[in-house]
Design a protein around this ligand. Sequence first.
Ligand code: FAD
Length: 410
Amino acid sequence: MTNKRIVIIGAGASGYFTAIRVKELNPKLEVIILEKTGKTLSKLRISGGGRCNVTHDCKGVSALLQHYPRGKNFLKKIFHDWSVQHTIDWFESNGVPLKTESDGRMFPVTDSSETIAQLLEWKAKKLGVQLYTNTSVVTIVALPAGGTYRWQLNFNTGGSEVATDVVLAVGGFSKESQYNMIANLGVKIVPPVPSLFTFNIPDSTLHTLHGLSVQDARVKLTGYPEAYQGPLLVTHWGLSGPAVLKTSAWAARWLYEKKYCTTALVSWKNLGEEEMRDFLRDTLTENAKKRIDNVSPEGIPRRLWDYILLRAGTPTTKQAADLSKLEFNKIIENLCRMPFETDGRTMFKEEFVTAGGIELEQVNAKTMEIKSVPGLYATGEVLDIDGVTGGFNFQAAWSTAAITAIALSN
Ligand SMILES: Cc1cc2nc3c(=O)[nH]c(=O)nc-3n(C[C@H](O)[C@H](O)[C@H](O)COP(=O)(O)OP(=O)(O)OC[C@H]3O[C@@H](n4cnc5c(N)ncnc54)[C@H](O)[C@@H]3O)c2cc1C
């Protein structure tokens, strides 16, 4: 087929990047983006708190893959072909240098998502990508074989467009029925559930600590095999911070089945029980003559220490050296496994994604084409791929888009 007419559905990060890369690789191809809303790149603009966490400073593919609860195996080759370094180089060579924060997140040096959005929009326009907004594709129909075009896309407005190749860059949806347009083509959808959220904890005593954070906590859900470590933040409705977001991502489906009601066991320091015992013993020995409420261990803020003593029922007027074995054990229990009943979730405002979408077994990872539907491609969040917070979701969007573009430009 010579005169390719590529129609991309969705003007988000992956749709734009596919369009731009196709034109960069083969300027002769006709590329059209259709966007259902009046705006382009809406999610990108609000991403990363308005700063757009473009990617993560994680150059090795194996290390990068560890941040994807879903899609890890599928992404292996894709990340070899379009890596974090490719992303950094592409933005830098287009005049948008990125900077790395201490936790590895990478942002434009301007600290503004507008810089990224404007680059993508300007570049697409310059390369001759056609864009139609307020155009919602409602059905995709396969045309009879032998004609010039393979697809007809019908719009909510009554209009339509024909294409040789179609790229699904529609993002994630919260309801399975919203994937019907894709499922009707015989493409299997993994039912969507939310990922990257914070835990609602009804226990009002915890809320008194709101604003408090610890740098290296660990969260374990009772009945779920893994525990996740990282900074933890107490909010006025429950628990948040990277340790909670990681837990919510890896246990997304498990939590959905539990209706978000479970028990979160919080270790306020990422230490095993024996290490925690040694650590507390050393703290108490060094401060033997002090009142127990005046000896908050390193990394445990005073407010939290008071709370731990309260939960442990420790008489606060006692000297550190006079704690009984039972009192010591109760403090250890509350330092290592403080239980909180969870009752629902709250979306994390900085970043949230859908776990679920197009089942990966149906997608050719070398081209991003749906194996059973030639001429139909998928990129970005519409796929059953999602990463933890930190720029990993955009990296998956850039990489899958770049691979799609290579396949389409040939
Ligand atoms: C608040 C927030 C902050 C985030 N921050 C970050 C971050 O800092 N770093 C990070 O890595 N990830 C972040 N994410 C996740 C990231 O934004 C997504 O993973 C990424 O935008 C996915 O890109 P996409 O192009 O696949 O989908 P989207 O950006 O969702 O774009 C899909 C587009 O398709 C359009 N569309 C859908 N259906 C149709 C249709 N039928 N016809 C026409 N158009 C259609 C939609 O209107 C939309 O414009 C954040 C997400 C949110 C919600």
